[in-house]
Design a protein around this ligand. Sequence first.
Ligand SMILES: [Zn+2]
Length: 449
Amino acid sequence: MSVEVIAIGGYEEIGKNMSAVKVGDDVVIFDMGIHLDRLHIHEDTDISRMHSLDLIERGVIPDDTLMKDVDGKVRAIVFTHGHLDHIGAVAKLAHRYGAPIIATPYTLALLEQTIKGEKKFSVSNRLQVLNAGEKCQISPDITLEFINATHSIPQAVMAALHTSEGIVVYANDFKFDNHQKISSPPDYSRLRELGRKGVLALIVETTRAAEMQEVKTHSEKVAKMVLEDIMLGPMEEKEGMVVTTFSSHIERIQAISDIASQSDRQMLLLGRSMERYCSLAENMGILKLPPNASIYGSPKSVSKALARAEDKREDYLLITTGHQGEPDALLPRIANAKTQFNIQRGDNVVISAPVIPNPMNIANRNLMERRLGSSGARIYSNAHVSGHAGREDHRDFIRMLNPVHIIPSHGDLNMLSAYAELAEEEGYKMGNDVHVLRNGQAQVFDGGV
Ligand SMILES: [Zn+2]
């Protein structure tokens, strides 16, 4: 029996991730993501009324039409974390496969929300929870295992498929963070154990592979210390304070909340996606906010909350959407004086997110920072650490798993080939056992590890 890895999306871009692994006649799909850049959309955008083929045409979701030529039965659709570039296309694609959707509880709840919000297709796939550290049999020959990982969203896992031909590991996305408050450290000992058992193939993210520095990515604890140093002093003063970060970055929002709790300020989490990710995380007991914190998503409730903060800015800490300067998100609207809360001289704006480098974001963010600055705000830019493994983390990972074959994924050609180069430093050879695929290509391995 052979094992085939099919690259469907995310092999030419950061976004619209989707891969399939075929073992004999059984197929497992990993991820169905969207490519935010393609629609000039962001985490607040609504695609619920759009048709799959239209979205495929625009390059927003993976082109899975090639799957109809794959001779096999899809047994499961597996999601390893809840970022939109991994789950955002579920409601557009999953109904084509009569297979259960499997994910950890927080990821599954986000998937369920996405499916409920869908207005074009009815999606009735069975939803199945699998926790980190657990296994489930998905066909006579395939057992799926989730291994605890750390990333920038709670309950991220790596997936291992145990097959008669060897183990296939899917590691999209991860960082090695030993100091998160919400997520326990990655399960290194299990990864080493899999390495000893025999990993046939590793499908792995490459987000930071093209960065020249030989780094291990810093822990979230470092981001917390940076934020503490920025926020603690000004929170005791009379000026306003606004923090913006990724709505799904619950670990970071927990850190901001813990810092805010050291002052008398009341936290207001504002924006549609802030409500989507944070209310869910709070209801599931993942995010622990102080009793006086409030989350507002609807434009009306956000507007009311901002009016309160405008009157007594020294009493509040605002956490908003809009870190990339997306024109219709909240912080850019504040910067453009389009809300009830007006930036005054000396107000503090903390941007706990990097510029995600595409020309649109660079321009939007630049404009927003300039507008905030011209209103007299004090801006703390890039108070952030990455959620993705650095080059040296990847080197450690390869040594832990010792896979026979590696397929770099989740990046453009520059990133995939930078990873391939790193793998060559570890003794692999391009074309022999490191395989750079493009969207729509497949790689077949003979098993028997
Ligand atoms: Zn991610």
